[in-house]
Design a protein around this ligand. Structure first.
Ligand code: DAT
Ligand code: MG
Length: 143
């Protein structure tokens, strides 16, 4: 293991699964050179999502976010590589898909759908601390 080798939690959200973009997202992660080291499809319940999105509790988009994230199956995976946390966030693009850079997952494949919560295809952990916390939520069997 090198000093900067990291793991990050990636979620392919219900919009990504419904639009058959699982392969596209995973292909981008692999083409970039990161390794997928764990992978599952699941129906996330409210309790799981409340833990995952605890930092957003009370915000105007919190309830729509939990509703959206539980509206269909999602894919959870762990990607591994040097600086993968920052690397995947860059690949995902900024939160608002309208202004996410072309070339990014959100910039290329998502747009504003006029919904209360932004539907932007993917989640990626935003720090080492978040990655550890989120991986434990979605992959408790690896702890
Ligand atoms: P990110 O997913 O880029 O880390 P975040 O953690 O701030 O963004 O928010 C979690 C999700 O909530 C985000 O992917 C989409 C939705 N969201 C964030 N800010 C929003 C807003 N101002 N209006 C509607 N939905 C929002
Ligand atoms: Mg976030």
């Amino acid at each position: 293991m090198t000093a900067n080798r990291q793991r990050t939690l990636v979620l392919i959200k219900p919009d990504g699964v419904k639009r058959r973009l699982i392969g596209e997202v995973i292909a981008r992660i692999e083409r970039k050179g990161y390794s997928v080291v764990a992978l599952k499809m699941l129906d996330a319940d409210r309790a799981l999502l409340a833990r995952h999105y605890g930092e957003h509790e009370g915000k105007h988009f919190y309830e729509p976010l939990l509703e959206f994230m539980s509206s269909g199956p999602i894919v959870a995976l762990i990607a591994e590589g040097e600086r993968v946390i920052e690397g995947f966030r860059t690949m995902a693009g900024v939160t608002d898909p309208t202004v996410a850079d072309p070339g990014s997952i959100r910039g290329d494949l998502a747009r504003d759908q006029g919904t209360k919560v932004v539907q932007n295809l993917v989640h990626g952990s935003d720090s080492e601390e978040s990655a550890i916390r989120e991986i434990a939520i979605f992959f408790p069997e690896l702890a």
